[in-house]
Design a protein around this ligand. Structure first.
Ligand SMILES: Cc1cc2nc3c(=O)[nH]c(=O)nc-3n(C[C@H](O)[C@H](O)[C@H](O)COP(=O)(O)OP(=O)(O)OC[C@H]3O[C@@H](n4cnc5c(N)ncnc54)[C@H](O)[C@@H]3O)c2cc1C
Length: 548
């Protein structure tokens, strides 16, 4: 009951209660399932599974595997999948990317998902897969912001292909910005690193109380250890005494931004301290090392300062997307026969996801929901024979993909820079540099899109900033279709083409995120409209519930 309540409250009352209730009901089974798959959850002295607190929860109930819970859950699931592959019950298609969804009318004229078009990423061949139902579990879309904690190849394209075919997309503007990440350190960075939320169990977050101290730290004249205890502002403990450093992620992120915007940031000015001094004094270095040693080591390797001696510097970064394909209670999208699971759907987290619950939801969807709800759907399809892939619907979908690839390859191809002639056949050097000044790489556009989204549709949004975002995204998209250079050929391995395909979808998604954020005249969870806040700077929800 507590998990249900915390998830609903943490999501700012924007989640569908029935789904969350089911999630809470199966949460214990998920842990049993994972233990059976060999996930090495931490155990206490008596051998029972141990647990700890996480952001947004006032009780200790999160099962964990040191600072690597997510990775260990992945390894457990992957091990179980590998077993099924070797038994022949599952066929794994690596290096294959779904580019389109095939929707076809059945005998009664009902449009149903009947398969997908896939690009073989090694040969560039387009392949057809036909089925009675399609499940999309392709993850979230945080990389629309370019810099995020997500894997660099994580993208929205599969879900967006479904949206282009008519599946509704829900709550796209609910983006979670995680409070404990290593701050941005330069223009050429392509990825941000998450420091596990578990660190907030024992670490204390602070900035200097006095602006002069913060400025001296930024100039390098003072270090954190030069700031006396009474001159430190433990702003989360001050503002939220009930939760302290374990407030939900959206609250912690906004509070860090507020302090930095007010001039109290450290490092580049966009960072706050996460300090283990008191934990080390209270528990001893050995205990802290046992709990968080791997995270401390990772931090030291990236930042080159010792977090046992000096507090870590952290800043919020894009981490998770609560929005996604709209699904009903059965996890079916608005296209019959198309199901969405995990981060790709919008189902359980409302406007903000609580710590540790992404994998819980993904595992619930995969192990405890879809095996039953897919059957409900397939029971109705029992009289439908083998679905063939040589139908006009498949021809049309494949043609759509070919045309889009040709369009992307053709933009700079017309100038001899890419396309069928290939970059190596490009004009002589002097000519090439002239052309290069007109054309830009996919990454150039992706970075620019990310900057627009972060600046104008990030942690704080206003009517004006969103109008600016809409205009800038449209201008950039226009420029992309005139000046992006995709080298290589379509019929071979071509990572630049893959990135260009993803980015073309991100442009469309960005427009939808901005439109959603503009229409949503309220603040809740990851969506903070500056026009809708309390006198204390907290989110002000629209209580008429029209946004649910
Ligand atoms: C650094 C980090 C740490 C995290 N730690 C935790 C944690 O401790 N606990 C927790 O609960 N959550 C955590 N999360 C969140 C959680 O990992 C994700 O929400 C979760 O992995 C989403 O699972 P998924 O299966 O829905 O999608 P993903 O794990 O993103 O998997 C999607 C898969 O689909 C594939 N794919 C995508 N597009 C296509 C396509 N077009 N064709 C074919 N395949 C495609 C991808 O290659 C990928 O294999 C963390 C996330 C990050 C980034």
């Amino acid at each position: 009951m507590r998990l249900f309540r915390d998830t609903i409250k943490g999501g700012d009352y924007r989640a569908r209660e029935a789904n969350v209730y089911r999630l809470a009901e199966v949460s214990g089974d998920i842990i049993d399932q994972c233990v059976a798959q060999g996930v090495p959850f931490a155990r206490d002295y008596s051998g029972m599974l141990d647990n700890r607190s996480f952001g947004g929860a006032q009780v200790s109930r999160t099962f964990y595997a040191r600072g690597q819970t997510g990775q260990q859950l992945l390894l457990g699931a992957y091990g179980a999948l590998s077993r099924e592959i070797s038994r022949g019950t599952v066929t794994l298609h690596t290096r294959s990317e779904m580019l389109d969804l095939v929707v076809d009318n059945d005998a009664q004229g009902v449009a149903r998902a009947r398969g997908i078009i896939v690009r073989n990423m090694v040969t560039g061949d387009l392949e057809r897969y036909a089925a009675h139902a399609v499940v999309v579990a392709s993850g979230g879309y945080g990389n629309v912001y370019y810099l995020s904690t997500n894997a660099m190849n994580s993208n929205v394209s599969a879900a967006w292909a479904c949206h282009r075919q008519g599946a509704l997309f829900a709550n796209p503007c609910y983006v979670q910005i995680h409070p404990t990440c290593i701050p941005v350190h330069g223009d050429y960075q392509s990825k941000l690193t998450l420091m596990s939320e578990s660190l907030r169990n024992d670490g204390r977050i602070w900035v200097p109380k006095r602006k002069e101290d913060a400025e001296a730290i930024r100039r390098g004249e003072k270090g954190p250890n030069d700031i006396a205890e009474e001159d430190r502002d433990y702003y989360l403990e001050r503002r939220y005494p009930a939760f302290g450093n374990l407030v939900p992620r959206d609250v912690a992120s906004r509070a860090a931004k507020e302090r930095c915007d007010a001039g109290y940031g450290v490092g580049t000015g966009l960072a706050v301290y996460l300090d283990f001094r008191d934990a080390i004094q209270r528990l001893g270095r050995d205990v802290v090392e046992q709990k968080y040693g791997n995270l401390f080591q990772m931090y030291q390797k990236i930042v080159d300062t010792d977090p046992y001696e000096e507090p870590m510097m952290i800043y919020p970064a894009v981490h998770y997307t609560m929005g996604g394909l709209w699904v009903d209670y059965e996890l079916q999208t608005t296209i019959p026969g198309l199901f969405a699971a995990g981060e790709a759907n919008f189902s359980d987290h409302g406007a903000n996801r609580l710590g540790a619950s992404a994998l819980m939801q993904g595992l619930a969807d995969g192990y405890f929901v879809l095996p039953y709800t897919l059957q409900n759907y397939l029971a109705d399809q029992i009289y439908v024979g083998k679905v063939e892939s040589n139908t006009p619907a498949f021809d049309a979908a494949e043609q759509r993909v070919r045309e889009r690839i040709e369009r992307l390859m053709g933009i700079a191809g017309k100038s001899g820079l890419s396309g069928d002639s290939g970059i190596s056949d490009a004009p002589a050097n002097s000519q090439l540099s002239t052309l290069n000044s007109q054309f830009h790489s996919v990454d150039h556009y992706h970075k620019a899109l990310g900057r627009i989204m972060w600046e104008y549709c990030g942690m704080a949004r206003s009517k004006e900033s969103l109008a600016t975002a809409a205009q800038k995204v449209a201008e950039l998209e226009d420029d992309f279709y005139q000046h992006v250079c995709v080298p290589g050929t379509a019929d071979s391995m071509n990572p630049e083409l893959e990135k260009a395909w993803h980015l073309a979808d991100y442009f469309e998604l960005a427009r939808l995120i901005v439109a959603d954020a503009t229409q949503r005249e309220e603040s809740c969870g990851g969506h903070f409209r500056v026009e809708h806040q309390t006198a204390d700077g907290e989110t002000l929800r629209d209580l008429s519930l029209i946004h649910i």
